[in-house]
Write a protein of this length. Structure first.
Length: 304
């Protein structure tokens, strides 16, 4: 186990180094600069570039960036004067993570049971209804779902608040909009995985021995059927926790997604690179956790 974790951590560090390098050079390949605006004079641009070290050779800038990165310093924002990227991430990530955590819980707590029920009612009317809704949920983008929720429950009926995150009611619509697509995907994934497991010989043997259906389901079938869902939860968790960019924009949520979009529009290179690296690190971490969970769920899986 220890050797496996060490190998994965080293591979993760290499991955993050490659991502940081690619992102840095891609940012600097874009024509123009972050301070080149119609109202900025040449002297002002030169002064700002000198302040942030952008007047130095590209390789020297890259080396300086790597030295800050290994010290967990993502630099200062070009547009939010007086704020470092670390401060912005520390302030905005909990906001995105709050909405994302609720969305993940909804996706798992609804998607898995619905998928199991559909599998046990295979080719029955309930199964067809579940699959129709699941296919619809996968096909419909989350911003369409967000707009529909906003119109019906926020504007037309007036049941829920529409902007910000001032109370628990504010979490309902953005969390539903974020969770609906993964919830439907998890339901489909769980249904197909459960159907495959239920056809296995050991399940037939358990039933032939007279085991109760609940024992067959929870002790034998569910543990194996849930593995594909756990695999999907790794990148899903990283993506949702860092914020649904469009969802946060629609509901005016001051999270990472909103500021990442603004940083791209403002060409705030340190913030763009900081969010990219942060998301990549979270994604790598979640994939490592998923790999370790395999051994917890299925004791037959051994790490070498």
């Amino acid at each position: 186990m220890a050797k496996f974790v060490i190998r994965r951590v080293l591979a993760a560090l290499l991955t993050l180094f490659v991502i940081a390098t690619i992102t840095f050079f891609l940012m600097n390949m874009i024509p123009g600069g972050p301070f080149n605006t119609e109202r900025a004079s040449a002297s002002t641009v030169a002064m700002m570039e000198s302040k942030y070290g952008l007047d130095k050779p590209l390789l020297e800038q890259y080396w300086m960036y790597l030295k800050r990165l290994v010290q967990f310093d993502l630099g200062d924002s070009y547009k939010r004067i007086g704020f470092s990227v670390n401060q912005i991430l520390g302030e905005k990530f909990p906001v995105s993570a709050g909405v994302g955590a609720v969305a993940i819980l909804l996706s798992v707590l609804i998607g898995i049971p619905v998928g199991i029920i559909a599998a046990f009612r295979h080719n029955k009317p309930l199964d067809r209804i579940v699959m129709f809704i699941a296919n619809l949920g996968i096909a419909v983008p989350n911003f369409v779902m967000a707009t529909a929720l906003l119109f019906f429950f926020g504007v037309h009926l007036g049941w829920l608040p529409t902007l910000g995150l001032k109370s628990w009611q504010h979490y309902i619509m953005p969390s539903l909009a974020l969770s609906f697509n993964p919830m439907c995907y998890i339901a489909r994934l769980m249904r197909s995985s459960m159907l495959d497991v239920l056809r296995q010989d050991y399940i037939r043997t358990a039933r032939a021995k007279g085991m109760k259906e609940k024992t067959v389901l929870f002790k034998h079938a569910l543990r194996n059927a849930v593995l594909p869902v756990v695999t999907y939860l790794g990148p899903l968790t990283a993506g949702i926790l860092t914020g649904g960019f469009v969802i946060e924009k629609i509901f005016t949520i001051p999270g990472m997604g909103k500021f990442f979009v603004e940083s791209i529009n403002n060409r705030d290179y340190p913030l763009i690179m900081g969010v990219t690296i942060f998301y990549s690190a979270l994604l790598v971490l979640m994939n490592l956790i998923v790999d370790l969970l395999y051994g917890v769920i299925d004791r037959r899986i051994k790490y070498e």
